[in-house]
Design a protein around this ligand. Structure first.
Ligand code: NCD
Length: 341
């Protein structure tokens, strides 16, 4: 959606949700406040009921959602597709447009985006360039949902499902102690998740990464200034035993220019049953946005604390159902003051 801040070529910033999702782009966790998250999670509960009980739904009947993915994706694309279909809507799926669409003939990004604006009601975009989701949002009138933009951008829908997963498992999003591990330099799920957790009081995050993949200093400063406590660590020994969650991530191979640099840092921190039993608590949940490429061994999967292939993956579809229905104005929020914290 063309942001109301947009003036000429000056950079725009996405509009705050402020309790009203209708017609809004979903580009960054910076758009959210606690109350908007409460609303979103309430609606998500209803969506879960539709999906789990296979209730026929007309919520998105007549709507078309374009899934425009310039980078590979299984879960994000698949769950948006499923979310739309669960609610009776249709999708146009465009994968790898660099190769298989008019982009290959030299079409500009803006023209591609505006073309799909003509065919659909929402555009879900994944793109290798940071800032491309905002650029798309500035080019069209319909909502744009950021499904991951560049190595320094965000992945807000992933973070929303991650927040829900933590809230369900640990009962709160306040006063949490978490570990975020892996590629904090290029990770966009982690940059969105930290923004989300910074909305709540009393959270402490231990950031475990190879030296080369630390959270950029500007983000460390920015997030810390919001009141969240961020502690950089370089070994599992420094993980507090009673952490509420661990959030492991893969090293984002595709962001490295030199393959040897990737080889040097990949899988520096691997979760095995032994690591989980030595450094994890009885109730520590283990999360991962997936795909994993060796940083959690498969024998960890049977541990009930490993939620990545359980609640976390399922919550992705429920959250995306809620978001699509809300931005399209096909789901109304409960009247103000009636929602539960
Ligand atoms: C992505 C990945 O690692 O490929 N995973 C995901 O969306 N669940 C995260 C990303 O692309 O940033």
């Amino acid at each position: 959606m063309v942001s109301r801040y947009e003036q000429g070529n000056s950079p725009s910033s996405p509009e705050k949700i402020n309790g009203n999702f209708v017609g809004k782009d979903i580009l960054s966790l910076d758009q959210f406040d606690m109350q908007s998250l409460v609303h979103l999670f309430e609606v998500t509960e209803t969506m879960k009921d539709i999906a789990v009980n296979a209730r026929p739904s007309d919520v998105l009947r007549g709507n078309i959602v374009t899934l425009l993915f310039y980078e590979p994706s299984s879960r994000t694309r698949g769950s948006f597709d499923a979310a739309c279909k669960q609610l009776g809507g249709e999708t146009i799926v465009v994968e790898n447009p660099q190769q298989f669409s008019s982009v290959a003939k030299g079409e500009s990004f803006n023209d591609t985006i505006r073309t799909f604006e003509a065919y659909s009601d929402v555009i879900v975009l994944r793109h290798p360039q940071t800032g491309s989701a905002q650029k798309a949002a500035d080019a069209v009138q319909i909502p744009v949902i950021n499904a991951g933009d560049g190595g320094q951008g965000e992945h807000p829908t992933q973070a929303l499902l991650d927040l829900l997963t933590i809230k369900e498992a640990r009962g709160s999003l306040e006063g949490m102690t978490g570990v975020i591990a892996g590629d904090l330099l290029y990770g966009r799920t982690t940059k969105s998740l930290i923004r989300g957790l910074a909305l709540y009081p009393g959270n402490t995050l231990y950031l475990l990464s190879p030296q080369e993949l630390k959270l950029p200093e500007k983000d460390l400063q920015d997030f810390s200034s919001r009141g969240i406590k961020l502690v950089e660590i370089d070994s599992e020994d420094a993980i507090p035993k009673d952490a509420d969650f661990w959030y492991w991530t893969r090293v984002q191979k595709e962001r490295f220019e030199n393959p040897q640099d990737y080889e040097r840092v990949k899988n520096r921190f691997i979760v095995t049953p032994d690591i989980l039993s030595r450094f994890g608590g009885k109730n520590t949940i283990l999360m991962h946005p997936l795909p994993r490429v060796g940083e959690i061994t498969e024998d960890v999967d049977k541990d009930q604390r490993a939620v990545y292939l359980r609640s976390q993956i399922r919550n992705g579809m429920y959250i995306r159902m809620a978001l699509l229905g809300l931005v399209l104005g096909r789901i109304s929020l409960p009247p103000q003051g009636q929602s539960q914290e």
